[in-house]
Write a protein that binds this ligand. Structure first.
Ligand SMILES: [Zn+2]
Length: 410
């Protein structure tokens, strides 16, 4: 019968376990396992597969490993410097369970990464009695491995928008989404034309040429960047953003009308109930004029509201010729509202009409990014050190991998 041994739990190559001490009585129960090089093997350079000769040593380092029962487990590792002929210098020898200079084993790091997908960095740090900085660094390393590269494969239809990270002009990030899968492809700091250059710079011309359409807000830096990098891509303006921009017109017109109403309160509003309820034929000419003033106020506001619904209908058109007619009609009606902000809105609409007409061929919007935005809010609330925009980007990419598309096999 063999005696019980925990050595099998530490199946590390080219080293041997020489002793184990356990401290269970103290506040933090722990075990220390001493590990030494197995002299039967020559030390291997940690940067290349070259086996060298022992140059100097021993060096010692304490490395935290996975907990063992109730005990935190520390490896007291003895290792050497190897003379590497290929590198032409002395290098720390490779340990298959721990990276050079690191204070935790590979398997503990892997465990931390797994926990970080369910828990906050602070919770993981507390759970394992580690520094949050260590936990974050470990997680970031794995995230960089898994999500650090921009995957441009299969991109055809995109959506781009900005997100506000924190207050101020510099608090924006640009998010680029694959409309087909819902995957967050890329994120960059800022919301300028140059910001998007960061997305395009890693793309081949064939990949750029494969982009058919992109949904966005009427934001010229983004429009310019796409025009420059993917001139063939159809730009589609998002309905939600358009209606939101129109909301500012509504607000302004209402405020305007209110002001007017307040200024002429005595004249127009006083006794208006009588005016509205009376048969206009019974009114004297002065009263009739007041009624018309009152109705005019309402009419203007009413028109603005009706135009909002009409604006949404533009996005129901299936053919560009219909959309063009509907757009022209809309602008004609809107002109009658006769308000500076409305005139500006009409100007923008005419200037950006292509992005509305393109919706017929590519009925897309940025609403998928709203879902991403909700996930981002959660990450922002939970993420330790989300001011590190790289780490934040990686977390968002991890949270928004998109749905897998069926791929052909065989
Ligand atoms: Zn080497």
């Amino acid at each position: 019968m063999s005696s019980p041994s925990i050595a099998a739990c530490f199946p590390f190559k080219r080293v041997k376990m020489v002793s184990q001490t356990v401290h269970l009585e103290c506040q933090r129960p722990g075990t220390v396992i001493r590990i030494e090089p197995d002299k039967r093997f020559r030390p291997v350079c940690h940067e290349c597969p070259e086996a060298g000769t022992v140059h100097s040593g021993p060096l010692r380092r304490i490395v935290r490993d996975l907990d063992f029962g109730p005990a935190q487990t520390f490896l007291q590792v003895e290792y050497r410097r190897a003379w590497c002929a290929r590198c032409g210098k002395a290098k720390v020898e490779r340990l298959d369970f721990c990276a050079p200079g690191r204070r935790i084993t590979h398997r503990l790091a892997q465990y931390i990464y797994g926990l970080c997908q369910k828990m906050t960095v602070q919770d993981v740090a507390r759970h394992l009695d580690l520094d949050p900085k260590t936990v974050k660094a470990v997680e970031k390393g794995f995230l960089e491995r898994d999500f650090g590269q921009t995957d441009y494969a299969g991109l055809r239809i995109l959506a781009v928008d900005e997100i506000a990270l924190h207050g101020g002009q510099n608090g924006y990030m640009t998010v680029l989404l694959d409309q087909t899968t819902g995957r967050v492809v890329w994120m960059g700091e800022g919301r300028s034309e140059q910001t998007l250059d960061g997305f395009f710079e890693g793309m081949s011309s064939a990949q750029k040429g494969a982009i058919e359409a992109v949904a966005m807000d009427m934001w010229e830096p983004f429009i310019k960047a796409f025009r420059r990098h993917c001139p063939q891509a159809r730009i589609v303006f998002d309905l939600f953003h358009l209606v939101k921009a129109y909301g500012e017109v509504i607000d302004e017109v209402r405020r305007d009308e209110q002001k007017k109403a307040e200024a002429s309160m005595g004249k127009v509003l006083k006794g208006s109930r009588y005016l509205l309820l009376s048969n206009s034929r019974n009114l004297r000419s002065a009263q009739r004029r007041r009624l018309r003033e009152l109705l005019d106020l309402n009419e203007r506001l009413n028109s603005v509201y009706i135009l909002k619904d009409q604006l949404k209908l533009l996005y129901r058109c299936r053919y560009p010729s219909w959309a063009r007619k509907a757009l022209d009609l809309w602008c004609e009606l809107a002109e009658q509202v006769d308000h500076p902000l409305m005139r500006r809105f009409i100007g923008r609409l005419r200037f950006f009409d292509y992005g509305i007409l393109n919706h017929c061929g590519y009925p897309i919007g940025t609403s998928m990014l709203e879902g991403v935005n909700n996930k981002i809010k959660v990450i922002k609330r939970k993420a330790y050190g989300f001011h590190d925009s790289r780490y934040f980007t990686l977390k968002v990419k991890q949270a928004c991998p998109g749905k897998q598309l069926a791929t052909k096999t065989g």
